[in-house]
Design a protein around this ligand. Sequence first.
Ligand code: ZN
Length: 417
Amino acid sequence: MSSEEQRHRYEFKRQLEELRSKQGQGTELISLYIPHDKRISDVVAYLRDEHGSAANIKSKQTRSNVQSALESIMARLRYYKEPPENGMIIFCGAISLGGDKQSMESIVVVPPQPITSYSYRCGSNFELEKLEDMLVDKKTFGLIVLDRREATIGTLKGKHVTPLRHLTSTVPGKQRKGGQSSHRFQQLRLIAINEFNKRIGDAANDIFLNIDRNDFQGVLIGGPTPTKEEFEKGEYLHHELQQKILGLYDIAYTDESGLNELMDSAGDTLSGLEVIKEKKLMERFMRELVAERGLAAYGEDSVRANLQMGAVEALLLSEDLRKSRLTIKCQSGNCDYTVVKSTKYRVGETPTVGERCPKCQSSLAISENVDVVEELSLIAEQMNTEVEFVSTDFEEGEQLFNAFGGIAAILRYHTGS
Ligand code: ZN
């Protein structure tokens, strides 16, 4: 994904969070999904019908809110000859603001991927499932780690490793018991190995063949030599999966942690994947951080200063960071007190300024509210700095969010900032 695509994705994600936080008092929030090929006149006719049936709603307040929302949507649709290429979604309704307060809001979202079916829904929340689905990276890899004692099977979907099955074997160790003939012992051992491999293959088939074929990318196998090679040569997997084996990797663990080890070892095979790119950049950042005169910076102020000088090679932003930069001004006409401060926020919350002006004790108000992530990524784009939005789904990503305030940079050179 390019930096610009990543920023759009961030904005889309935040927009969804905001929509998710909104609630109606009754069943009165409308979510209207319009695909590109739907005629606007048909939509309006449908809404007019709904407006008629809404007259039967018992609660007076709900009835009037639903009807106003429908009128607002119909008014909005007058500006469209046809829906945009990916279609559009209109969210509209009376949002509760706490207490008895409500405000009628209407939000149009143009999705990053096309909407395929028309739907109209009225609920106490907005219907977001189809949009949230668009954010999920559906590319899926099958993971198998095995040795003679145990095996773990799981998937890598987007950035998530999910362990799904754990098997243990009855394969005897190499040491035979006294009294058994060596030949007989070896035979029994081979039978047990073959049976264990079969069980692993069956379990993997069960899981991997049920993954949507369009999303399934292939199978990665990890373990000691020669166990994993024998498993591949023995063709214990279904023939379709057998053809999709992407590689064998030497790894030490075969429990759940082995799945993560496998993902790390398969780095080259997976190098196109976003999560691997994020991991590599984070690892580089950590190396620079501990090196003497390492080229690393973190924290909002230091990173912004470096960015503005063009000294940042790669900007690392936590996908979960929600931070505003507020400009707060004194409300008194004859006072010029202004302060800029950054605060973390939760989507859906309105920032407040509690204190009074330290100069004249008048009240303060927010005159400007800038999203820090957006601001920094825009500066980066102007400076030809690579921007990477880093998820918190893996260890280093979590560290970026918790230990480095969600903002870090790999520098081109030192600036002293
Ligand atoms: Zn003042």
